[in-house]
Design a protein around this ligand. Structure first.
Ligand code: PHE
Length: 458
């Protein structure tokens, strides 16, 4: 699911590539508190590196030692009892992240419930199996030179997610329609590139960052508002390219392409590949790698030579670097034959028992197919209506029972009023749904759409 030039996947990957314009959101940054923490499988972080998300004060973090585990219940000072998650040493209470009455917050409950699940850290899960297969490629090709991070907190500042990777102030990915904001200066990261600058500042020259990323989006079998990415960065010093006959940028670009072609072969075998020029704010030149798989060209990842400005700002003025980012679900769906992205979140034994550590590419056998049920909803839209907002409401009510939300009719009448008709496909991956259950969901969706989205049902 990488950024693309257009077509279906472009939406999700959202183009940190070419989507420009729309609203800009002012960043309201609070200086990070200092502390040093350990992150899974890595050296202690410097104070600067593990900056707390701005909305978390020191006081709300409780103690820093590791005696507190995910979901352990703590008493807060006002005697309210709040469930706490701990990710990468940062403790997070639900009401730090979900605040319905706060207009600068748009994180719903169902998104909060995904924070901390970290599918990429489960060795028997397709996402974890794929992560480990990529690690294996880097460890063997580069004698374990790449430092790996997979437990960095997904709650980051606007500065980390956008400013530090040079995403323009008016880029559409910054809008509330596309990104989950915890407050005006804090987001759920929408890409693992959010960690590039801090890791460069901390002195790392070869690193991989794997993590859950969050994007508001439309609903279908390949898009889910939480998915997983892996970022890779390699920095070169002048003596590395000076001995070659090329300039620094070409040297890095050639090295990058060789590295990623090797990775694609490691995962997919002897496939045909092609490079396509593209745009990202943080790389120049920028490329996408496509492979010819199951009779079509498939985007595998986005990458490029790191913008010099990022290196200059983070203490690497004389260096050149490359970076890549890949969407793990997209690759895992193909490698394991997983037909619907919701299946990654299923805890059904019939599914989970099919995957085991180290077994990349075992083909998923559907345990049964349940019929979909379709319901249509039509309304006159208002100026502020967006499809992402509709999908958010539908997902909030029907959860993973919704398979797709698709615009099937759209017209404007003589008075200039625009009507949309959406078809909602309900289907469980695990069981048959009853008519009654679906009717109830549909009624609740109709009611909420009307009140929350200010549309007029037809
Ligand atoms: N961050 C980009 C995305 O989410 C991917 C990317 C990473 C592209 C690094 C280039 C370099 O789509």
């Amino acid at each position: 699911m990488l950024i693309s030039r257009g077509g279906t996947c472009a939406r999700a990957l959202l183009l940190l590539s070419t989507r420009m314009a729309a609203s800009s959101i002012s960043s309201n940054l609070i200086a990070p508190a200092s502390a040093s923490r350990r992150i899974h499988g890595s050296k202690p972080f410097s104070a600067q590196l593990l900056s707390y998300p701005p909305f978390l004060s020191r006081a709300s973090l409780f103690s820093s030692h590791a005696s507190v585990h995910s979901n352990k219940v703590h008493k807060k000072s006002n005697s309210r009892v709040a469930a706490l998650l701990e990710i990468g040493g940062v403790k997070i209470a639900k009401d730090d992240v979900v605040r319905e009455s706060d207009p600068t917050n748009n994180v719903p409950d169902n998104i909060f419930s995904k924070i901390g699940l970290q599918l990429h850290r489960r060795d028997n899960h397709p996402i974890g199996i794929l992560k480990n297969a990529i690690y294996e490629y880097f460890d063997t090709s580069y004698s374990s030179m790449f430092v790996k991070f997979d437990d960095l907190c997904p709650i980051v500042s606007v500065q980390q997610n956008f400013d530090e990777v040079l995403v323009p102030a008016d880029h559409v990915s910054r809008s509330y329609n596309d990104t989950y904001y915890v407050d005006a200066g804090t987001v759920l990261r929408c890409h693992t590139s959010a960690h590039q600058a801090e890791l460069l500042r901390a002195g790392h020259s070869h690193f991989l960052v794997t993590g859950d990323v969050y994007r508001r989006d439309s609903i279908d079998s390949t898009h889910y508002p939480v998915f997983h990415q892996m970022e890779g960065v390699r920095v070169f010093s002048p003596n590395e390219w000076e001995v070659s006959s090329t300039d620094a940028t070409s040297y890095a670009a050639t090295n990058l392409k060789k590295c990623l072609e090797g990775l694609a072969r490691h995962l997919f075998g002897a496939v045909e590949m092609r490079w396509v020029d593209t745009y990202f704010p943080f790389t120049n030149p920028s490329f996408e790698l496509e492979i010819y798989f199951q009779e079509k060209w498939m985007e595998v990842l986005g990458c490029g030579v790191t913008e010099q400005e990022i290196l200059n700002r983070n203490g690497r003025k004389d260096s050149v670097a490359w970076a890549f980012g890949l969407g793990l679900e997209r690759l895992a769906m193909v490698l394991f034959d997983i037909p619907d992205i919701r299946l990654f979140w299923s805890t059904d034994q019939r599914l989970t028992s099919q995957f085991s550590a180290g077994k990349l590419g075992v083909k998923f056998k559907p345990f049964s197919k349940f019929p979909p049920c379709y319901k249509d909803i039509s309304f006159w839209i208002s100026d502020s209506f967006t499809e992402n907002n509709l999908c958010e409401v539908v997902r909030g009510i029907a959860g993973d029972l919704v398979e797709e939300v698709k615009l099937i009719d759209n017209f404007t009448n003589k008075k200039g009023m625009t009507s949309h008709c959406y078809r909602i496909a309900f289907r469980s991956m695990e069981r048959s749904l009853t008519d009654e259950e679906i009717n109830q969901l549909q009624w609740s969706i109709r009611e909420t759409v009307q009140t929350k989205l200010h549309v007029t049902l037809r």
